[in-house]
Design a protein around this ligand. Structure first.
Ligand code: FAD
Length: 413
């Protein structure tokens, strides 16, 4: 395996980094300040983001996440990069809180676009995939429910009931990321269709246009005080929502298979971005440790700070190699990809949380203020120990595979 940057990655990375320095960096802090100052941050995103999106598209820094062979109506899509090629670019985008959206590579839209690409009908792709790829609309993914343990995707109780040539949705979802965005025009709803089918074929995924009668955003949630506007995370009720049965993706009962496929790339992309976020935190920590003086010495020369910085560097580099290895396993179609993705889904958010925490500590009170992105970075890392499945579920997968290697458990050969 070879993790050296390909010529295409090298070229894109240079252009992406230059674009971030020249266009994104000067606008990022004012963008966050403007959102923070608003009483209702969900009315419209600050104009900077749309200006930046237009520039990124012009520069060819757009839809970089799409793998080779992605096409719509016979037209190739995106940069056609393998996961190993995309990883350094996602990492670079992860060093900023807005770059992924600027380059149309942000969650949850990327995962939703991949669902439409791989499982959508021609009509569904034309209606929803095309505007998502253009960055004209945003989307949300509504699986998690407040009333059931949603770590287990087969638990969902909200219903998607077939009634003639219609499907009727009822139930309540929460943590629907992106639903607050004024441009959010479609959501993917996961609901119970046939409770008598085997547990992996009971649920369906349905495309729901916004607005649709019966769909109500009951409230927006904060993540440890952060609103994550303008996308945010909503609690959403569905009351007798009627749609044509053609809104079901891939046919009734296919939700579990689609969810597994959707979360695979989504999880590894989150990990790639988190490596960048950890790099940003370490960079800020080093600058602070070099510049600030206490007890007659730079912070870098006090206590165990050098060791902390060294440990952060070691942890980030280890995590990056694990992510690249998982990416390579996916690219080569290896069966080991499943376990590798679960491993990094545990390792990387925990690593990023520790590195950001170290950077906060080195900054003293400033580390917890809005003046720096460290509080937001810590919250993102912490949230990703739950979003896309909690640590424990991924550890369960890793342990099951490991035990099976030794002939233990019902999964053994
Ligand atoms: C910021 C953020 C964004 C999110 N975005 C979305 C989104 O866009 N769409 C969406 O549908 N959902 C989203 N989620 C929800 C997320 O996927 C769920 O919170 C997660 O899957 C866990 O489900 P739950 O909250 O119901 O926890 P539960 O299932 O109730 O689990 C609670 C705890 O039980 C323990 N546990 C569970 N299973 C096991 C096990 N097998 N072994 C040991 N312990 C276990 C773990 O400690 C776990 O944290 C988001 C969450 C957050 C925080």
């Amino acid at each position: 395996m070879d993790f050296a940057h390909s010529p295409r990655t090298t070229e894109l990375l240079e252009r992406l980094t230059a674009f971030q320095e020249r266009e994104i960096r000067p606008r990022e802090e004012p963008y966050h300040r403007e959102l923070l100052a608003r009483t209702d941050p969900w009315t419209s995103p600050p104009p900077a983001i749309e200006e930046l999106k237009a520039m990124a598209r012009e520069e060819g820094l757009w839809n970089l996440f799409l793998p080779p062979g992605s096409e719509l109506a016979g037209q190739p899509l995106g940069a056609g990069l393998t996961n190993v090629e995309y990883a350094p670019l996602a990492e670079q985008m992860g060093r900023s809180l807005i770059s992924s959206e600027v380059c149309n590579c942000n969650a949850p839209d990327t995962g939703n676009m991949e669902v439409l690409l791989h499982f959508g009908s021609d009509a569904q792709r034309e209606r929803w995939l095309a505007p998502l790829l253009d960055g004209r609309i945003r989307s949300a993914f509504c699986m998690t429910e407040p009333d059931v343990a949603s770590s287990d995707a087969t638990n969902m109780q909200a219903t998607a009931t077939l009634d003639g040539d219609e499907v009727v949705l009822n139930g309540r979802k929460w943590w629907s990321t992106g639903i607050g965005h004024p441009a959010c025009e479609v959501l993917i709803f996961m609901g119970l269709t046939d409770p008598n089918a085997d547990r992996y074929h009971q649920h369906s995924m349905v495309l729901v246009p916004l607005p649709t009668p019966g769909v109500t955003v009951e409230r927006m949630l904060s993540t440890m005080g952060f609103l994550d506007a303008p996308g945010g995370h909503g609690e959403v009720s569905f009351t007798d929502v009627r749609l044509p049965a053609s809104a079901i993706i891939g046919g009734p009962g296919q939700a579990f298979a689609i969810a597994q496929a959707r979360l695979g790339p989504g999880r590894i992309h989150h990990c790639m971005r988190l490596i960048g976020l950890a790099e940003l935190a370490l960079q800020l920590a080093c600058v602070r440790a070099g510049e600030r003086v206490a007890f007659g010495k730079p912070l870098a020369n006090l206590g165990g700070n050098r060791e902390r910085i060294a440990d952060a560097r070691i942890a980030i580099d280890q995590a990056r190699l694990r992510v690249l290895h998982a990416a390579w396993l996916i690219d080569t179609g290896s069966q080991d990809a499943l376990g590798a993705v679960s491993q990094i889904k545990v390792a990387v958010p925990n690593m990023a949380q520790r590195v950001v925490d170290m950077a906060i500590q080195l900054h003293g009170g400033a580390g917890l203020s809005d003046d720096l992105p460290l509080g937001a970075a810590w919250t993102i890392a912490r949230a990703l120990r739950l979003a896309d499945g909690p640590d424990e579920v991924h550890r369960g997968v890793v342990a099951r595979l490991e035990l099976a290697r030794h002939g233990i458990g019902k999964w053994s050969a």
